[in-house]
Design a protein around this ligand. Structure first.
Ligand code: CO
Length: 208
């Protein structure tokens, strides 16, 4: 791949957009009002817009290694605050993916330097669900399940934020946990039963 090619491709993209709608960029510069906040993995194979089939302007996107939502991470917390409180998105999505290198790394005991504290958050997810995970004998199936449970835990972290708690009281907002299957290209809704999952932890976090 020649990095210089991106500018040629950009020119082609501009032409293509303008051929469909000559006011495309004028409209774009008037502001954004996305309905979705998407939190996904930085993995180069799991793009946000392409897998959802959406256009620029439709999703506010945050990506990091293994789609994590640690409550001490000022970056993801700022994104949630801005998207939920100011842009008033109606849907918040955490999208994980099978074959996630971050989740895989957390399952192995290797020293990865600065990545260690980040991956610790996924190891904590493993610890929280150790009983269920250790029962799964097939390693690939256990890996897949950890990807799913990590999505679930990050959704809970999102629900616990004050921005989302406030939004729940004031308006319609829904949190979704999805997984992208790299092998098939399919986006899967985990259909997480949040009332059930949350019922066990409500008292600890004083959630409504
Ligand atoms: Co990943």
């Amino acid at each position: 791949m020649n990095i210089e090619n991106v500018f040629t491709r950009n020119q082609e993209w501009v032409k293509e957009k303008l051929s469909m709608d000559s006011a495309y960029f004028n409209k774009m510069s008037s502001g954004q009002s996305p309905e979705i906040l998407y939190v996904g993995c930085s993995d180069s194979r799991v793009t946000a817009e392409e897998i959802m089939g959406i256009e620029p302007g439709e999703a506010f996107v945050h990506r990091n290694i293994a789609n994590m939502v640690p409550n001490t991470d000022i970056n993801v917390m700022s994104v949630i605050e801005y998207a939920v409180t100011h842009l008033e998105v109606r849907h918040v999505v955490v999208c994980g993916h099978y074959l996630c290198g971050g989740v895989k790394a957390a399952m192995e005991s290797k020293d990865l330097g600065i990545l260690n504290p980040w991956l610790r958050n996924i190891r904590d997810v493993y610890r929280m669900h150790m009983e269920e995970l250790n029962k799964i004998e097939d390693e690939n199936a256990r890996y897949d399940r950890l990807v799913e449970l990590n999505v679930q835990e990050q959704c809970i972290n999102i629900i616990k934020t004050s921005a989302v708690q406030r939004a729940f009281r004031d308006r319609e907002i829904t949190v979704h946990g999805w997984v992208f299957d790299i092998k098939t290209g399919k986006l899967i809704d985990l259909n997480i039963d949040f009332p059930k999952v949350l019922s066990k932890i409500m008292e600890i976090y004083h959630l409504d």
